[in-house]
Write a protein that binds this ligand. Structure first.
Ligand SMILES: Cc1cc2nc3c(=O)[nH]c(=O)nc-3n(C[C@H](O)[C@H](O)[C@H](O)COP(=O)(O)OP(=O)(O)OC[C@H]3O[C@@H](n4cnc5c(N)ncnc54)[C@H](O)[C@@H]3O)c2cc1C
Length: 224
């Protein structure tokens, strides 16, 4: 991936990753993007669901929402996705850290035209809740009209990854008897909870059953 003046990681630059596959892997593992725009002179950052679609990310929301309306107007946007992989307990708080994989996308968003909106929504649905699209009714015309879908190309992008243990560099005054290491963090499902109005005996659908194993498969590597 090309690195521009705007996407060059300045602090701990060795954590910058320029492998496009890693970019795709992080975006495919995440569920929530934070989208930033400057609106009326004030920076606004909001979390939204997203999906990668080839070399772009899709964002969607209500046509009445301020953030996406601002983004659709062609102003610059920044989109970040962060996977939190661990808390790093070093022998000083200064060296303590987090393990993560994070992506930042800079660019402008374009609205997906009406004719392609349903397909884009299917892509979002298949990323956020794989299999669910085919289990429920299709979106209605009214729902489609009330939804805006934006596409942000993956043209100017940075990826930063920390995936190691606690610093083992000797430092002033550190106490080697103190435990140091990593507490891995991961996103996992718990037992699904059926809606109160769900008829008795309706089995958990395949999409819900598959959700647990999906997150199992996304567990990060463990680091000593
Ligand atoms: C979960 C998590 C917790 C963090 N906690 C802290 C913290 O407490 N304090 C702290 O100072 N830093 C923290 N960071 C790191 C932080 O995101 C920045 O990387 C860091 O502040 C310094 O970046 P920089 O000087 O290169 O930034 P800048 O010079 O402002 O950034 C230059 C360019 O580098 C790229 N870039 C920088 N950081 C990232 C990133 N994380 N992911 C993708 N692209 C990036 C962007 O394209 C950006 O435009 C954390 C990161 C994560 C993911």
């Amino acid at each position: 991936m090309p690195v521009t003046d705007r996407t060059r990681v300045t602090r701990l630059a060795d954590r910058q990753v320029v492998d496009r596959q890693v970019l795709h892997d992080v975006l495919d593992a995440g569920l929530v993007a934070h989208v930033a725009v400057v609106r009326d002179g004030v920076p606004i950052v909001l979390p939204v669901g997203y999906a990668r679609d080839g070399e772009s990310v899709l964002l969607h929301g209500s046509t009445g929402g301020g953030l996406l309306r601002a983004a659709a107007s062609g102003v610059p946007v920044a989109v970040t996705v962060t996977l939190l992989d661990g808390l790093v307990y070093a022998r000083s708080l200064f060296d303590s850290s987090m393990n993560y994989r994070s992506v930042m996308v800079l660019g402008t968003a374009v609205a997906v035209p009406d004719a392609l909106k349903e397909e884009a929504l299917r892509r979002l649905s298949e990323h956020l809740m794989p299999g669910r699209w085919d289990e429920v009714r299709p979106p209605t015309r009214r729902e489609l009209a009330a939804t805006v879908v934006l596409r942000v190309p993956l043209d100017e992008v940075s990826v930063k990854v920390r995936a190691t243990g606690a610093s083992t560099e000797p430092d002033d005054g550190e106490d080697r008897a103190v435990w140091a290491g990593v507490v891995p963090l991961t996103l996992a499902t718990l037992e699904p909870v059926a809606s109160a109005d769900a008829p008795r005996g309706v089995p958990v659908p395949a999409s819900v059953a598959a959700a647990a194993s999906r997150f199992e498969a996304l567990r990060p590597e463990l680091h000593a």
